[in-house]
Design a protein around this ligand. Structure first.
Ligand code: AMP
Length: 281
């Protein structure tokens, strides 16, 4: 397993793999790896001859006052995990390597980024799509792997690759959860014990929402009201948003039909967690 910090060296490794007829898979992450990331890595390994896991805490996707500085960085233990999982390359560029002096180009996916996390985190998706487009140009992957845990992000990236005719297949993998249902996230490490317990309200609420919809509920506002009522009962939780949207345009639905994303963002103290389910109705 090799840790690569320079774009030119990564390009050389990719060129070499291609000359051997290998497919290239990319798993973009911000590090502090957990089983959710490793599931993406496993899938990438199974489908590609060369697998690259990138670790880059991307400054331009964090807003003012967000957790860019505090975001956990554990390259050494991440490397141990990737090595153990049989990963071949970690690409961990510096901020200067990705955004050198004079950097001026950004990618904006319209509409799909207006609501949900885009509403509470202005410029967040612009940062995400820009860094992912750069990683795609650097690693030129055949396949790239993202988690449904960040559903809006994955849908926005799929739209970017389609709209810009990028030659990469974007795979969205299921959310990996702790035994008690909490979606794995690097940010879970911020939670106090009491907040960690309270955070179960997300997966529990989504489970009940799925039951309601499977039971025939089609009124999106009734589902939203249910979510707000349920989460308000948890004193440590503050709702950021509860959305019922389609998966094409990420627009609010009145009546639930077709492929439907039910997405939540909830604050526990200073920690903002997201979770979601996608149902085919
Ligand atoms: P992050 O390091 O949080 O930016 O996440 C990197 C990638 O891993 C993104 O595509 C995430 O959606 C994905 N990911 C994060 N947590 C999970 C999880 N619990 N299950 C599946 N994928 C995840």
């Amino acid at each position: 397993m090799e840790i690569i910090r320079e774009i030119s060296l990564l390009r050389a490794r990719v060129k070499e793999a291609r000359s051997q007829g290998k497919l290239v898979g990319l798993v973009p992450t911000m590090g502090c790896l957990h089983q959710g990331h490793l599931a993406l890595l496993d899938k990438a390994k199974a489908e590609n001859g060369l697998t690259i896991l990138s670790i880059f805490v991307n400054p331009i996707q964090f807003g003012v006052g967000e957790d860019y500085e505090e975001y956990p960085r554990h390259l050494e233990s991440d490397a141990t995990q990737v090595e153990k999982a049989g990963g071949q390359i970690i690409f961990a560029p510096t901020v200067k390597e990705m955004y050198p002096q004079g950097y001026a180009t950004y990618i904006d996916v319209e509409r799909l980024t207006a609501g949900l996390c885009g509403a509470s985190r202005p410029h967040h998706f612009r940062g995400v799509t820009t860094v992912v487009a750069k990683l795609f140009n650097i690693a030129t992957p055949d396949n790239a792997y993202f988690g449904q845990k960040d559903a809006q992000q994955a849908l926005v990236i799929q739209r970017m690759t389609k709209d810009l005719n990028m030659n990469v297949l974007v795979h969205i993998m299921p959310t990996v959860r702790e035994a008690d249902g909490l979606a794995m996230s690097s940010r879970n490490s911020y939670l106090s014990l009491a907040e960690r317990k309270a955070a179960l309200i997300l997966s529990q609420t989504l489970k009940q929402v799925a039951e309601k919809i499977r039971g025939g509920e089609r009124d999106a506002s009734a589902i939203q009201a249910f979510i707000v009522e349920k989460i308000s009962l948890e004193p440590l939780a503050t709702i950021d948003y509860a959305a019922v949207v389609d998966t094409e345009e990420i627009r609010p639905l009145k009546e639930i039909s077709g492929r439907t994303l039910i997405a939540l963002a909830v604050r526990f103290g200073k920690t903002r967690l997201i979770d979601n389910i996608i149902l085919e109705v």
